[in-house]
Every structure is written in C-alpha cells, then in structure tokens.
Ligand binder design. Structure first.
Ligand code: HEM
Length: 555
C-alpha cells in the first residue's frame, strides 16, 4: 500500500540516505504501443467532419511531442510515480500524480436536471427570403447570410446513461450565432406540453424520474400525477404514447417551439408566431417492439446514427417553418393560443417555410461542446424576437440561466460553444473561470468623465399594453383540456390508434390502483369515446365507472 510520508525528510531531499526513484521497470516501447492501439480501434467516430474547436489536436489518434503538465512543463517519466524506494512509498512532491488524481475527481460537472442525455452537431442556417415585414432580425431577411449554429438533441426525463430507445420527449435546441446576438430555439419534438403553469413542471419531472425510494421508474407515479391534474396533460400523453413517443433517429423528427413567440418588425408591429423545425428526411418512429429489439444491441443508436450520417456527408437538414397570428386574434378561439398544452390548428394557421438548417460538423470533443453548451429561451433578440405572455414560457426565461450558473459556471458564455459571434460589451465582471472580457478601468456606467457604452433604441423591449385589472392566481378561463387530444386521436390511422392503446396498456395495466386506471381512462374517453373505451378495456378498468367519470369532466 502506498503511503505519503509527510514527516521530516520526505518534503526535502537533504539528509536522506539513498535516492527517490521513478523508474522501477523498463519503459514500454511507446511508439509500438500507440500504433497497436490505433490499429486495433476502428475509426468509427473520428474523421473528416470534425470541427477544429481549438485546443490540442489528437484527432488522428496519434500524438506528437512530449507529454506536459497542464501548465506546459515537460514530464520526465510519464509511467511511474515518485516513490521513496522501488518497493513503494509515494512522495508528496510528486505533484504530477497529485494533480492528475485531483483533476480527475473534477472531470464531471452536474448533469442537466432534465435533458441529461444528448448529442450535438455544428451547422448553419440560411433564410429563404425576406421576413422583414415580420421581424427586424437581419439573418431572417438576407438569403446570403450563413448563420453558424450548434444544435443539441436530447432525452428529457431520465439520467445521462438512459438508452435512446425509451419512450420520452426529445429535446431539440439550436443556438444561432446571429450578427445581432445569440438566439436559442429551445424546442421539443412534440408540439405541446404536459402542463400550462410552471407550478406543476417540477412535479411532472419528479413523477417521470425514478422513485426516490426504490430508484425505479414507475409509470404508476406518472399516471397518479396526470390523473390528479384533472386532464390538462391528455393532449401531451396522447402524443407521447403514440408512435411519436419513440423517434427512430434525431434526423427523422421535428422540433416544435410549443410556445408562441413575438416577432417584431422595424415599425414595432407584433406578430405572434409558433415555430417548428421540419425534418427534410421525413418523420420515422419506432414501435415498442422495434425499440426493444434495437436496444438489445445498441443503447445509443440515435447518437451513432447522427454521427455516422454527418461523417459520411449525409448532412441532416431541417426547414424552419412558422405559423402566424395577429395580436387581435388572440381571443378569437375556444382555446387560449398562449396555452402550451395547445397547438394552433394547421387548417387555420398553415406553416410557412422561412429557411433551412444544415448540420455538417461534429464537435471535436463531446464534453467541451455538447455537455457545456448552455441554451436558454431567454436568449432572444430584443426588439426583433421576444417572448409571448405564455406563463410557462415566462418561467423558463429565468430557469435556464440559473441552471447554467450552477451546472457550467458563472462565465459559461466565454466557452467557445456558447460564445456569441458578435462582440459583447457589458459590465458584468469577474467570477470563476473568467478569461478576460473586461478591459480597462471602467466597470460601471453612466460616467461623468468617461465615454460609456450607449443604448440601441431598436432593441428596446416591445411595450406590451396591459389589460386593467387585478393580479390573480387562477386557472385560465378556456382550459379545453380534451378536445385537441380527441382530434389528434381521430387523425391517427387504425394502426396508429392500436399502437397508442397498446403503448398505454403496457404501462397502465401494471397499476395496482383502480382509481388511477379509471381516472386515466375517463380522460381519454372525454377526448374521444372510442379512445377511452379501448384503453379501459385493454387495462381492465370498469367501463361504467369510466363513463360516469368522463361525463362529470368539464372541458
Ligand atoms: C416550466 C417549464 C420548464 C422549465 C422550468 C424547464 C427547465 C429546464 C432546465 C432547468 C433545463 C436544463 C438546462 C441546463 O442545465 O442547461 C432544461 C433543458 C431543456 N429544456 Fe426545459 N424546462 C421547461 C419546459 C420546457 C419546454 C416546454 C421545452 C420545449 C419547448 C423545453 C425544452 C428544453 C430543452 C430542449 C432542454 C435541453 C437544452 C440542451 O440541450 O441543453 N423545456 N429545461
């Protein structure tokens, strides 16, 4: 066992008999070992389409030159710790060993509390035409601008080691580095969400995550919560348990904004928009059986598929499409268009393409880029693209910054993957891992004697008129919890309906609670009688009770 003799004699060399040693056995033929390792490892992931990304280059799996410490000093013996005698006795002055151990302990940062498993790629966006009638964001109105971006796809609820075949929502986040600053489009593959108020967001995530006592994921907990919420999640659950709940790959799924945003033009005219990334490869999903068969061989088929496609030059492409609504239309519907459990019917609000994203480069290092990337819905272009009043979206505007400061660090915006393409000018200062944005003496404003940075009037936040009234804590007046879920069910083919019912059956029939089975069936029945009846029969719920419960529900 190694010991660290810190007492007299071990920190200094004087007065010791003999010599401290590092070499205790002949060195291995380094070049030969390197060559053997290189030859044995198939080049599945390296190669042509990897961005340079700065740092040292070992992309060819061959390393040139001597090994150094992080501080640049050459290492005399890379294979052996410094010991008192060849038999052992590790010495405290072996700082190479000490730093290696301590640095290793700090290799992990907290995983994202949601969307932990992900994969990403670099690419670019180009507009198709001129959207200046809607927004003063320049990159959406100039077809010659190639806006660089980083895109991260993810799984939402479970931890970083989850298989990519599980039924779960997929995240679809894009960081556009525009000349006017960063615009993060932090979307999901499904077009609606479970809840419309942040107060139950954490509950939803807790219910999907493993049971805090057994550490097992348990859908009874999910349906217990969803049932108790009274039906607001019915639309989202219908999507999640349909074939869309297991996309075949990240290249073959869409990304949806879920929320409405505001586009603002140079005359300060507002248009509400919903956005989506439409996969140009088309949508392909996996059935429960296909997913099970796939995961027997590969837990990460989606990451592998994205990497292989980009490496082979089959660059994934997605079209950015928008739906538009005028502010005066917001009250015209039986649902609230700013409710994130609803979509805007496409027959009234057709999607229109505005540009295309191409993903063509793999990050040179997963951790540095894909793990440290920090997306926030609050990163918008004020005066051109802003948040709507959707209260779920508004809560997200504060949540992500705080997550990044905790997870990545105070100066996370200085990491290359997060850095804006344009110059930044501000008075935020210091903090861990600061790499010197602040120059000179002026770290405040305004100043009587110095010239300070000025405003950009065009970026002034849109001045939203407020209705007169009182602050409230209450449910929105048009909940319409079930209608769109019923429309969705009826839009499915018979095969898709059967898959949906089977997928719900697989999870719901394990429930030991009749109350959960009956309540969930009643929500599906309220959406569509056939849908609820099929689920109730499949899971052995009491049909008469289910009918009575459904009849008692209000839209
Ligand atoms: C109140 C509701 C929500 C809250 C409080 C919330 C909060 C969070 C937090 C804290 C993270 C981790 C951020 C990080 O560590 O970098 C995250 C990630 C993410 N969220 Fe949300 N979220 C909400 C709803 C949504 C919705 C509705 C969508 C989609 C429209 C969404 C899409 C995403 C995506 C795509 C990521 C992963 C970003 C990445 O790849 O790094 N979230 N969310």
């Amino acid at each position: 066992m190694a010991f660290i003799p810190v007492a007299a004699g071990c920190l200094g060399l004087t007065g010791q008999k003999g010599t401290f040693v590092q070499s205790v056995r002949p060195r291995l033929p380094t070049a030969g070992v390197g060559a053997a390792v290189t030859a044995a490892r198939p080049m599945t992931m390296g190669g042509d389409r990897i961005a340079t990304g700065g740092g040292f280059d070992n992309s060819a799996n061959d390393a040139e030159g001597t090994l150094t410490t992080e501080w640049g000093a050459a290492i005399g013996d890379k294979d052996h710790s410094l010991v008192a005698t060849p038999k052992g006795g590790l010495l405290l002055q072996d700082t190479v060993t000490l730093q290696q151990l301590s640095r290793f302990n700090r290799e992990r940062i907290p995983e994202r509390v949601v969307h932990a498993r992900g994969t990403g790629a670099y690419g670019y966006f180009q507009a198709y035409g001129d959207e200046s009638a809607l927004t003063s964001a320049k990159f959406l109105s100039d077809t010659s601008i190639k806006t660089p971006l980083f895109c991260r796809f993810s799984m939402v609820t479970l931890s970083k080691s989850v298989a990519e075949t599980v039924r779960d929502v997929r995240g679809f986040a894009v960081k556009m580095r525009t000349s006017q600053g960063i615009w993060d489009l932090v979307f999901n593959n499904l077009p609606v969400f479970f809840v419309r108020d942040q107060r139950h967001f954490v509950d939803v995530i807790h219910a999907f995550k493993p049971d805090p006592q057994s550490n097992l994921q348990d859908f009874d907990r999910v349906f217990d919560l969803m049932g108790a919420l009274g039906g607001e999640a019915t639309h989202m659950l219908t999507y999640l348990f349909s074939d869309h709940g297991i996309p075949a790959s990240y290249q073959e799924m869409d990304g949806n904004s879920v929320h409405a945003y505001k586009f603002i033009n140079a005359d300060r005219k507002v248009t509400y928009v919903k956005l989506r990334w439409r996969s140009l490869a088309g949508i392909r999903n996996l059935t429960e059986e296909e997913a099970h068969a796939l995961q027997a061989d590969d837990l990460n088929h989606a990451t592998r598929s994205l990497y292989m496609d980009i490496k082979q030059g089959k660059f994934p492409e997605y079209e950015l499409q928008i739906q538009e609504m005028k502010p005066e239309q917001l009250d015209d519907f039986e649902f609230n268009p700013l409710d994130s459990t609803k979509h805007w019917p496409e027959d009234q609000f057709p999607y229109r393409p505005v540009g295309k994203m191409t993903l063509d480069e793999l990050p040179p290092n997963f951790f540095e880029h894909t793990e440290q990337v920090a997306f926030s819905p609050a990163n918008m272009l004020a005066g051109s693209i802003e948040a709507s009043e959707d209260k779920l979206l508004q809560s997200r505007l504060v949540s992500y910054f705080s997550a990044h400061e905790y997870r990545v660090g105070t100066n996370r915006h200085l990491i290359p993957v997060n850095k804006p393409a344009n110059e930044t000018r501000h008075y935020h200062a210091d903090g861990q891992m600061n790499t010197g944005e602040n120059k000179g003496t002026l770290n405040y404003e305004p100043s009587l004697v110095h010239k300070a940075y000025t405003d950009e009037p065009k970026a002034k936040i849109y001045e939203q008129p407020l209705p007169s009234g009182t602050y409230v804590q209450e449910e929105i007046n048009k909940t319409l919890n079930f209608k769109q879920a019923g429309d969705l069910y009826r839009s499915f083919s018979e095969k898709e309906r059967a898959n949906l019912v089977y997928n719900l059956e697989c999870k719901l029939k394990m429930s030991t609670s009749d109350l959960i089975k009956n309540t969930m069936s009643s929500h599906f029945m309220k959406a569509d009688e056939e849908y609820g009846t099929r689920v109730a029969e499949a899971i052995g719920a009491d049909l008469e009770t289910v009918k009575q419960m459904a009849a008692a529900l209000e839209e």
